[in-house]
Write a protein that binds this ligand. Structure first.
Ligand code: NAP
Ligand code: GLV
Length: 329
């Protein structure tokens, strides 16, 4: 019997073809509606491979249901939606899509920073709503970006690429990571600081850490209160890295000047969410890596990883390095 692959979002047929030529492939019928959990569990029971997205919770229930499951290929670099411990225990390889989305996500992150600083979304809506009556000296005046201080929390691949973008704007760049990166400091002229120093000194703070128990709620009210009142906070990491209520209160109290958010604690965010009522918040629907080119490459990488595992080869981008295939009876 051919191995069975289940894909949790509708993908273009031409991309899925290499899988269909080798395996039995079943695909959820929608590209924008998540597969219900009970269906996902039923599919996992039959599957040798799952192609998942970051909105699918691949928890113990799903992984334990997958008695034949050998690989989960997640269409994202982040894998906080997957229970890695259970996956490794069950001999399931977890694969992600690092590197191929780095430039695209850095572009969007810097774009979000620019949009928030220069009030681009607010200004565009102002024109479309017919509110533009005359030229005025401080009409929708924002903040300069050039020559300001950018603080990057999570100086990984995307963080470094955002820093590269920022050098073109003559920004001073601070960063905070658990590990210092002397080579990056040399190459880009970035300066390592403590989290506290970065938060206090930066005009723009960009968060690009993974979501882990350590980074969950890293940005609290107390942290926002340490920022300059002119600071703009950008989150392109994961919503849960930020205490959203604290962010809302800090914005409302004028403790920081604005925010650019591509990610939220609960996605999709409800249109009635108080954060969305604030004119100094630019909110995007988690589109960091969403360019036609990059999403296509990410899909291909997931497919390559599935084919590698099912054909007994090394996957290109394995997350759980302690993974060993189970010898199944
Ligand atoms: P990466 O290369 O692994 O970088 C992550 C960085 O975060 C590392 O430099 C790591 O350094 C740092 N970090 C980890 N834990 C930390 C902590 N407790 N405190 C401070 N820094 C910490 O990953 P990447 O490719 O740049 O992606 C980063 C994250 O961006 C992903 O995990 C994902 O959540 C998010 N992302 C979002 C989008 C989007 O659409 N908005 C797109 C792609 C990625 P140390 O280990 O030295 O601390
Ligand atoms: C997107 O958020 C990713 O982790 O790739």
């Amino acid at each position: 019997m051919k191995p069975y692959v289940y894909i949790t979002r509708k993908l273009p047929n031409e991309l899925v073809k290499p899988l269909q030529e080798r395996f039995t492939v079943n695909m959820w019928k929608h590209d924008d509606i998540p597969v219900p959990k009970d269906i996902l569990i039923e599919e996992a029971k039959k599957a040798d491979a799952l192609f998942t997205v970051l909105a699918d919770s691949i928890d113990e229930r799903v992984l334990n249901a997958g008695k034949n499951l050998k690989v989960v290929a997640n269409l994202a670099v982040g894998y906080d939606n997957i229970d890695l411990t259970t996956a490794s225990k069950n001999g399931i390889a977890i694969c992600n899509t690092p590197d191929v989305l780095t430039d695209t996500t850095a572009d969007l992150t810097f774009g979000l920073l620019m949009a928030a600083a220069r009030r681009i979304v607010e200004s565009a809506e102002f024109v479309k709503e017919g509110k533009w009556q005359s030229w005025s000296p401080y009409l929708l005046a924002g903040q300069d970006i050039h020559h300001k201080t950018l603080g990057i929390v999570g100086m990984g691949k995307i963080g470094e690429t955002v820093a590269k973008r920022a050098t073109g704007f003559d920004m001073d760049i601070l960063y905070y990571n658990r590990t210092r990166k002397p080579e990056v400091e040399q190459q880009l002229g970035v300066v390592y600081t403590s989290f506290d120093e970065l938060v206090t000194k930066s005009d723009f703070i960009v968060c690009l850490t993974p979501l882990t128990p350590e980074t969950k709620n890293m940005f609290t009210r107390e942290v926002f209160q340490k920022m300059k009142r002119s600071t703009i906070f950008i989150n392109a990491a994961r919503g849960a890295v930020v205490d959203e209520q604290a962010l809302y209160e800090a914005l409302l109290a004028g403790e920081i000047a604005g925010a650019g958010l591509d990610v939220f604690q609960k996605e999709p965010i409800n249109a009635d969410h108080p954060l969305l009522k604030l004119s100094n918040v630019v909110a995007l629907p988690h589109i960091g890596s969403s360019s036609m080119e990059t999403r296509t490459i990410m899909i291909q990488l997931c497919i390559d990883n599935i084919m590698a595992i099912l054909e007994g080869k090394e996957p290109k981008t394995l997350v759980n390095k302690d993974w060993r295939p189970l010898v199944r009876g």
